[in-house]
Design a binder for this molecule. Sequence first.
Ligand code: M6R
Length: 612
Amino acid sequence: MCGIFCYIGPRNAVRLVLEGIQKLEYRGYDSSGIALVSEGKLIFVKKMGKVAVLQAAIENQLSQQHLVAHTAVAHTRWATHGKPSDTNAHPHSDRKELCAVVHNGIIENHEAVRHLLEKRGIIFRSETDTEVISQLIGYLYKGNFLKAVQRGLALLQGAFALAVVHQNHPHEVICAAKESPLAIGIGEGEMFIASDPYAFVNHTKRAIYLHSSEIAVVTKNSVRAFNSRLLPIQKESEDLKLDVQEAIKGKYPHYMLKEIFEQPQTIQNALLSRYSEEYGTAILEGAHFSDEDLLKIQRIIILGCGTSYHAGMLGAYMLQEKARIPVEVEISSEFRYKNPIVVENTLAIAISQSGETADTLAALKELKAKGAKILGICNVQGSSIAREVDSSLFLRAGPEIGVASTKAFTSQVIILALLTLKLARMRLMGQNEGKQYIECLKRLPSQVKEVLEQADYIQSLAKKYAHYEDFFFLGRRLMYPTALEAALKLTEIAYVNAKGYPAGEMKHGPIALINESCPTLAFCADAVTYQKILSNMMEIKARGGKILAVVPEGATDIKKVADDIFWVPKTIDELSPICSTLFGQLFAYYVALERGTEIDQPRNLAKSVTVE
Ligand code: M6R
């Protein structure tokens, strides 16, 4: 979390870094700041709040001081150590204010280093772990900038990336990455440094990635890279395959809405050339597992957080039911503390849109060390998780900017459905069933369009329910993770207490909360459990609870129990979460719109969660 953006070159560094951190705001927006080298001096501007607040402050300062800068480092923060404030905002400096540090990730031993420096008379200004870096570099600096950074890094533990500028070395920025990636964009006589190359792809499509414990000295014309012992290393540049247009809101008021409406296409992309109609099976190009490897699988462990965990839950239902392989699905942040047992022929699947989620990365490393083969399901190529796993299947969903994950979720489910098809066909599913399964997959983009065409109706339902503060979101079997996902969407963007629950569990306690001010959204598109959830809804109705039901077309008996109904196109159970999720996403979006919350950047959240 947190976003770093730096520029060195002939252009106006201030404008460029502001534009850069604006693009990185999805990584955190509690505060932002820049440090620039102007006329041989370091100047800091830092503000609590979004980049727009910083921008206003800088414009004010610029007009007063006529600042010109060709080297600048900038940062947008998601607070970890210390509350959001001007003081805790990055960049941080040493006691003489000669260097400025921007950093993402966490310094795990920051307290120990802080005490060490305090004993030597250094007084800290902020509560952050980042100031430990800047004070340390300042303390170690004896004229050799690179040496000071390298010696400082050797004392720091954790997963992080950073960039430093020093007043006495105005024409270079030193950057480093330790288990958290950092991209250096190579322009013509100018360089960019960013936590995510998407932030500079409009300037250059050539980039170098720093990985574990690598340091680089960047000037406007050169990048010199070193390992942690300062031995020079050769880094190859890569051509970025990012499309600038994909990351633009276009006609939509919010990224979230744009990303919801992209789903007919993103689902198509996820499916493209990944199945054979002739053989009624899936083609998992990209997953470097032979058929022999796949046949050997005896157990599957799926890891993920948040929305990716919900996709994993759906995968577990599908794989276990259709391929008859025992599957466990685990929340990454809990999994590694269970001292996991890895039996022979275990396949682990790590699901992550960003590919940077620290909890998932740590959990998969634990599994890898214990001998499991890991398949990644990621959206971002070149991300930390994609690099760590044995092989990856990419979502091909394009950049997802809205903090609430939408199109990535449906693509994750599609990939899991394809994996299910592949493994099931190798075991007990017949060719004809495989062919029917593919027919249903192929129909999804147009079925999703049908849901999107009803956006106005969903908005009218959202208006009706927007004033409630508490909700239950219920489902059974494949509709249970679907309900969890829809509840998460509403919670995170509309700040409503939406509790996802397995409908059959209500009678074991939570039904005590049902009354006329706590409505239920019931997800009823799972055919196997349809009659069961109908009974659960009756129990809620009998206690005065209002019900909005999401139901497959044709299931008219729902009318006697639901107050409001949204009909979704019919499909097989394994794929039924897709259209129901579309409803959940749009419902959350329109409730948030009605409540006036910050949809793309909800409070306290960040898109890429790179801390444990
Ligand atoms: O990038 P990842 O898929 O690993 O992210 C996992 C979660 O942080 C993410 O899904 C989060 O829950 C979203 N805000 C949900 O909309």
